[in-house]
Design a protein around this ligand. Sequence first.
Ligand code: F6R
Length: 632
Amino acid sequence: MCGIVGYVGPKEVVPVILEGLRRLEYRGYDSAGIAVGTPGQEKLEIRRAPGKLRNIEEVLRQHPLHGTYGIGHTRWATHGRPTEENAHPHRDCTGRIVVVHNGIVENYIELKRELTAQGHLFVTQTDTEIIAHLIEEVQKQAEAAGTPIPLEVAVRQAVKRLTGAFALGVLSSLEPDKIVAARFGPPVVIGLGKDEHGQGEYFVASDVPGILHHTRNIIFLNDGDMAILTLNGIAFTDFEGNPLERKTQRVTWDPIQAEKGGYKHFMLKEIWEQPRAIRDTTLGRISLETGQVFLNEMAIAPEELAKVTSINIAACGTSWHAATAGKYMIERLARIPVEVDYASEYRYRDPIADPNALGMLITQSGETADTLAAQREMIALGSKTVAICNVVGAMITRDANGTIYTHAGPEIGVASTKAFSSQITALFLFALHLAQVRGTLTPAESLSLVDELSRIPAKIQDMLQNVSLQCEELAKSFSTVRDFLYLGRGIHFPIALEGALKLKEISYIHAEGYPAGEMKHGPNALIDETLPVVVLATQDPNDPGSRLRYEKTLSNVQEVTARSGRVIAIAVDGQQDLVQLVEHVISIPPAPELLLPLLEIIPLQLLAYYIAVRRGCDVDQPRNLAKSVTVE
Ligand code: F6R
């Protein structure tokens, strides 16, 4: 995700910002920029470059910048390609105000229209640029009314107009040595330091490592907080301008730990980031008033989608599991038959051409060789293709007719977690969109599902702490076993497969996923008192189909317990029948059945994680595996 570093103080600002951005490189980025101000200068100077930090360093070598206050940004592209123009900082019409932003402005199209009508000129496609113009407009109107306002007041008024999520850093050349920072969603940290002469210096960043080499005295902004950094110190207010007290914390993490945000491993950090990843993947794509889903960036017209008669999805590994869950969603909501292939199998099985079939490729990296080959095969067979991908501009997106980007942010742990839940979210949105263009859902049904989806991040947030403790405890009893079995039925089956994959990848314990109803056709022979069996035994009691599947799964659980198998059941809060039947129950909050996978996967990821940690495995970089598999 984007990185922000800002500085006000006695030092030359450029090296401080570049060093900070370098320490945020682990967050992933594809372009960088910096804005610097010097008292007396009419405009703020900006340098930007696509690609890695060495590119902007080269630009700065050729066109150096000097100043005492400034802000830098590394951009992980979400909307708009990673070009020089789309890189931050962005300016207003006068070049006096610049903004860096992490997050998404949902209502930017509406605001852009309004500001354009007021005469503002836009030079980029980004949502961020509107923030600079909005602040300019607020100040212009106040000036015209004869009551000029300082930058922080203008920022306050501007952020009240934004919907979405933002971490902001704003500078104005008219108010030197000042940075205004605001948070609503993505994190913002403030640092208080002193240079070698004891003079105060102040920092803002999107994450602690960006400033840790200068100070360990950190303030974490809350949602709705603003910070005004000047040479005289830092003032905190809410968005109404009421002063706030914010406590300074002494951070004792070492730099590597700091990159992990204090978590022991990237994988654990990424598991905890899932509420944010799901929210960001949903943001701007749904209307909570009408239930409509907007996938405008997919670039396949609704009329064309309405004509699709079948869908072929190809993917690998975890993405294949997401695809298989997606099959249940699409078939259930949009009533279109879906076939899911391992990408490595697709082109070698001589698939049958159908010009009315839509091809889909699911890949977090967008660079997986097998998936790219499957895409080529689909195109050769005359299908249009849609990609679900986490990396803007990745290979898969270039030949796709449309891409639905997941906004998980860079995933560093090799075992996929937040990319998976973002893929499931994107597939749910796609299924809903398809259902809406085909008229297979009533507006009331759409509205209810969209509403339920919007509640998932908070449900995950609420359960994470308890489920973590429970899984850590369970890991003590199960880390020495040799095999695990994971069972699920319907949409819960691919989640069982994903749970088994997580365990084998990072703990090297043999684990298999199976459809619950298949047990009696062979695998029952494996069951004895040493075999842990993880059963996805969740249900939506309001859905008769889900209740029926649950009852059948309950019979399968009984088959296991009757043979002394050790069951760990994942169940919805309050399923008392299971509590009496099995050794361990992990409870998750209720949700409609098609959304339960987003909740079920959390304990499965955490169980795998804590077992692997107890076994002393290299959780973030498991043996023999790579993050991006670019060979067939
Ligand atoms: C497992 C995992 C892999 C990937 C697979 C496809 O945790 O990450 O199974 O899902 O290699 O990768 P992408 O999604 O990049 O195509």
